[in-house]
Design a protein around this ligand. Structure first.
Ligand code: FO1
Length: 315
């Protein structure tokens, strides 16, 4: 496959495919654009959960059991914070805090989030380009039966229990795509856009909500290929299935593809959902059936290679 791949990723599920793409593509052929709608200010620090999930996965530092944060973590700072009566509903491990303190220092010195991300990923030995979707603050907020909640309050503090009625991305209309994102969108050699298996409503929509992004994707003559986060008609992890049901959607690949509203050319679905392929094809989409569950490095690399084969086939 020749040409450049632009991949969109949220946190945990997306980060696995992001790692697979990095394993099969040289750095100059890939730009990973990561959702920052989950970011928030907490304890005087800027927390960027999806950027950090991708960073830790690519650096081989991620905790695969917990699904977020750093492996071999310790929690001494949290224990002290808790004892001092600080807000302890959001867990920042000692190693993770090291990254957050470093990011805070550079942000305070007026580096952009893109510059800080490049610096931190470089220090961790990551050669591939990870770009935040924007350097401007965009904050996902969820309308629930408890009112509007900031994303991490909904996700972590309330454990996704509230019923969701809607989602908005505060600041998105004023935000610009980051320089790395804008550059990738404008590349003459762009070969495909890959949407990693992240939650379309919570992790991909914030990226698409940035001014100009949807329009640019619609005019691009390259395939937009998404990997479905649904497996066997439900989500492996996270609130996707619950959220789709609460928003009045059937929990299905067809509803997921319809949500992208004409943006997708191709949906990669799990073999457990093979029966969905016929309806997807009838709706005008290409559909590939494979194993999308990524337990080990070889699963991530195989799925990434299969996606590149789709891109190669379209060339
Ligand atoms: N998820 C939790 O369920 N509980 C936590 O306390 C928590 C802390 C945390 C700290 C840093 C970080 O990068 C991620 C963290 N996450 C935690 C995960 C995060 O809330 C979600 O994975 C994403 O926002 C959803 O993609």
């Amino acid at each position: 496959m020749t040409g450049h791949i632009l991949a969109f990723s949220g946190g945990v599920g997306g980060a696995k495919l992001a790692a697979g793409l990095c394993a099969v593509l040289p750095p100059e052929q890939l730009t990973l654009v990561v959702n920052t709608g989950d970011d928030f200010e907490h304890l005087g620090l800027t927390i960027c959960p999806d950027l950090d999930s991708v960073t830790y996965a690519l650096a081989g530092l991620n905790d695969t059991v917990r699904g977020w944060g750093v492996a071999d973590e310790t929690w001494q700072a949290m224990a002290m914070l808790s004892q001092l009566g600080g807000p302890d509903w959001f867990n920042l491990g000692d190693r993770d805090l090291g990254l957050h303190l470093t990011r805070a220092m550079h942000l305070r010195a007026r580096e952009s989030l893109s510059q800080v991300t490049e610096r931190l990923t470089g220090q961790l030995g990551i050669a591939h380009r990870i770009a935040p979707m924007s350097d401007d603050p965009v904050r996902t907020q969820v309308e629930t039966d408890m009112g509007w909640l900031d994303f991490q309050h909904y996700f972590v503090r309330e454990q996704c229990r509230p019923q969701v009625r809607g989602v908005r991305f505060a600041g998105a209309d004023q935000a610009r795509p980051s320089p790395g994102f804008a550059e990738a969108l404008a590349r003459a050699d762009l070969a495909a856009v890959v949407v990693c298996p992240s939650n379309p409503w919570l992790s991909v929509d914030p990226i698409l909500a940035l001014p100009g992004v949807r329009d640019r994707l619609k005019t691009l003559c390259v395939p937009v290929i998404a990997v479905s986060p649904l497996v066997g008609g439900t989500a492996l992890k996270g609130p996707l299935a619950k959220l789709m049901a609460e928003l009045g959607k059937p929990v299905s690949n067809l509803a997921l593809a319809a949500h992208y509203d004409g943006l997708l050319d191709h949906l990669v679905i799990d073999q457990a959902d093979a029966a969905d392929a016929a309806l997807l094809r009838k709706s005008g989409l290409c559909a590939t059936i494979t194993q999308t569950v990524m337990r080990e490095a070889r699963d991530r690399e195989r799925l990434a290679s299969e996606i590149l084969a789709i891109v190669g086939g379209v060339d």
